[in-house]
Design a protein around this ligand. Structure first.
Ligand code: PMP
Length: 436
């Protein structure tokens, strides 16, 4: 496949943009290096690169594009917003509408505040939890990624772990000392951490369903135990649902976890982003009235934003959620993803490639190993070279995956049966190629 233009543009980008990319996970560093593909157009489930190659896309921009690219309903909403002025710096009726939609879908949110990214949302939940509890430390789980603010880039997953940088430079040890990291799905470790530092733990923060070292479900009782232990300790529970909210069904983890007792897994604060902006920059956080009233102008915890709640992002978010309210939307993604996962597993088996697939409805992750993946250690203990070879083999067959063994494949409402069939054909040839 000819990708000459991407190679030229990458050389040019390197002259002007640090590393040639505006987010490190876009580089191909974790899959052997070289020029990433420069895309010039996207529609539905497809990308076209600068050399006019067409790809079936499973990156979905790392999650937000759940309705496929350039969905007409969202495009129309953005166009209307642009025609009415994109940024006011005043309150708008639109903000109330999206806040209401979030509250209706996420029962633990009495009050909402919009920000501009997942990073901002998470960062602020921590501040609010500290303000509310008057404590300093947070407990997080190894491999969970919570954006790039100082406190949560300690033993973070996603980009940093892929690049082999466990902690970022530029973060003082004094800040890192305010964070305790324990393994996901391990209540004993959480209990031990609380026993040691509990008096000063403001919050236990978790991706309630993990999306950053593959897709990983909480073990039965994990979230209940986490919430109970945090509460017994006087700490708040923060769910980072930047990936997971509206990903598996129209709502949050609390309402998705079918058999579980919803009250027992209710967080105090939730951070949101990605899908709720329909492809434009957004973040949001919310929680109980009592906790949220810590936030300025009502309370002492300061948080602000020039771009926050801008009509373009809010309009795109409303339109995206409207699409997701459609009949059978999630069921269809689930059905196609099941077919995809089954086919991938069968092909890998045919060529003797060890593969564990974690699938949660319309999302899945492929782990090149022969053991289950339930925590970060197990996700790390997988064959990165095999993934890299598979990634390139797929790319050369017009399938766009995230360039990291830790990232998920996301289906969208735009993917069709024919796309899945084409992907499985490419995957069969790719597994065959890498098994040689
Ligand atoms: N939390 C989670 C769970 C995420 O996956 C991400 C981004 N991948 C973030 C927070 C940060 O979001 P953003 O990139 O919008 O700052």
């Amino acid at each position: 496949m000819n990708r000459t233009r991407s190679e030229q543009l990458y050389q040019e980008a390197l002259q002007h943009i640090v590393g040639g990319v505006n987010s490190p996970s876009r580089s191909f560093k974790a899959v052997g290096g070289g020029a990433p593909v420069f895309m010039k157009r996207a529609n539905g489930a497809y990308f076209w690169d600068e050399d006019d190659n067409r790809y079936i896309d499973y990156l979905a921009a790392y999650g937000p594009i759940i309705t496929g690219h350039a969905h007409p309903h969202i495009t129309e909403a953005i166009t209307r917003a642009a025609q009415n002025g994109t940024l006011y710096g005043t309150p708008t009726q639109l903000e109330i509408q999206l806040a209401r939609m979030l509250k209706e879908a996420i029962p633990s949110m009495d009050k909402v505040r919009f920000v501009n990214s997942g990073t901002e949302a998470v960062m602020t939940t921590i501040r609010v939890a500290r303000a509310y509890t008057k404590r300093n430390k947070i407990i997080k789980f190894a491999g969970c990624y919570h954006g790039h603010s100082d406190l949560v880039l300690v033993a973070a997953g996603s980009g940093p772990s892929t690049l082999g940088i466990p902690d970022s430079a530029g973060i003082p040890t004094s800040i890192a000392h305010e964070v305790i990291t324990v393994p996901y799905n391990d209540l004993d470790a959480l209990q031990a951490a609380l026993a040691k530092w509990g008096d000063d733990v403001a919050a236990v923060m978790v991706e309630p369903i993990v999306g950053n070292f593959g897709m990983v479900m909480p073990k039965e009782g994990f979230l209940e135990g986490l919430c109970r232990m945090a509460r017994d300790n006087g700490s708040l529970v923060i769910y980072d649902e930047v990936i997971t909210a509206f990903r598996f069904h129209y709502g949050s983890t609390q309402t998705f976890a079918g058999l579980q007792n919803h009250d027992a897994i209710r967080p105090d604060l939730t951070a949101l982003g990605k899908i709720i902006g329909g492809g434009l920059p957004i973040g949001a956080y919310g929680g109980s009235k009592e906790v949220m009233e810590q936030v300025a102008p009502l309370g002492p915890a300061y948080q602000a934003g020039t771009m926050a709640g801008n009509p373009a992002s809010i309009s795109a978010g409303i339109a995206c959620l409207e699409v997701l309210q459609g009949e059978g939307v999630y069921e269809e993604m689930d059905r196609l993803a099941a077919k995809l996962a089954d086919g991938l597993q069968a092909s890998a088996g045919r060529y003797g490639v060890p593969l564990t697939i974690n699938r949660i409805r319309g999302s899945l992750s492929t782990h090149f190993c022969d053991h289950p993946v339930t925590n970060y250690d197990e996700a790390q203990d997988t064959d990165g070279e095999a993934f890299a070879a598979f990634f390139r083999a797929m790319l050369n067959r017009n399938i766009n995956l995230a360039p990291s063994k830790y990232e998920a494949w996301f289906l969208t409402t735009a993917h069709t049966e024919a796309d899945i069939d084409a992907t499985l054909e490419a995957a069969d040839a790719s597994f065959k190629e890498i098994s040689k």
